[in-house]
Design a protein around this ligand. Structure first.
Ligand code: GLP
Length: 244
């Protein structure tokens, strides 16, 4: 779906999320949201906050699982995705703190694989992700599933691609301060989500959007796996869709 600009696109995505939350509320069910970070979803989160404040949208039945976190990372750091999510969404809505899940960047290495298995088990015990929000990296990564990630990859510790680190280095004031690894939800859990919305804005994403939507399904471009998902929408602005 192509919108004239990212502002209108973000508003439409927020409306879809709100509709799902309210539908689940009316059925007395929880709503499991898979959430993303990066600059792309910021407009969606600010619209959700606005809907909470002005339209009474409640997050009391929402259980969230974030896609990823840098490793190592202290949750109190301004660079952490914990900080990002609090600042842009969680601190401004009525989500229950115990319903928020973000991969833990403080674990000792030996504990990571057990932690990742539990992260997936929790998602499974809730019946899976109802709606997964995604951005896309310049190399086609989803979450931090970089090129080469397999379609059945599990939640795990990954090495970040050089290009991903370069993109992140602006926030970390230099490449040498930018983490080399991260914990990411695997492609398999993303593919198991009942619905996926991938968003991309701007000219800079147009080539990778073309490769993801019209190119071959390949682990070189992990977002291309979504061609095989039965309920995925790419929400684009005019510039990110310009190569289609
Ligand atoms: C990071 C995140 C991804 C995100 C990507 C794109 O790598 N882990 O989830 O999709 O950045 O970032 P941006 O939205 O800023 O272009």
């Amino acid at each position: 779906v192509i919108f004239d600009n990212s502002f209108n696109a973000s508003k439409a995505v927020a409306k879809e999320i709100a509709k799902l939350i309210e539908l689940k509320q009316s059925q007395n069910q929880h709503c499991v949201l898979g959430l993303a970070t990066g600059s792309t979803p910021k407009g969606v989160y600010s619209e959700l906050v606005r809907m909470h404040k002005n339209e009474g949208l409640s997050f009391k039945n929402v259980i969230s699982f974030n896609l990823d976190e840098y490793y190592p990372m202290n949750p109190d750091s301004v660079h952490s995705y914990v900080h990002f999510m609090k600042k842009l969404l969680f601190d401004h809505v009525d989500i229950k703190p115990e319903n928020i899940h973000i991969p833990d960047g403080t674990l000792v290495k030996e504990k990571i694989s057990e932690y990742c298995n539990n992260y997936e088990s929790k998602i499974e015990s809730l019946g899976g992700i109802d709606l997964q929000l995604l951005g896309i990296g310049g190399n086609g990564h989803i979450g931090f599933n970089e090129s080469g990630s397999l379609q059945n990859s599990k939640t795990r510790l990954v090495a970040l691609d050089h290009i991903t680190r370069v993109a992140a280095s602006k926030e970390f004031s230099g490449l040498s301060n930018t983490p080399r690894t991260a914990i990411t939800l695997g492609v398999k859990k993303i593919m198991e989500a009942k619905r996926v919305i991938l968003m991309a804005w701007g000219e800079g994403k147009s080539n990778i959007i073309k490769a993801s939507v019209e190119g071959p399904v390949t682990n070189q471009v992990p977002a291309s796996f979504l061609q095989e998902h039965n309920n995925t929408t790419f929400v684009l602005d005019e510039s990110s869709s310009s190569e289609l």
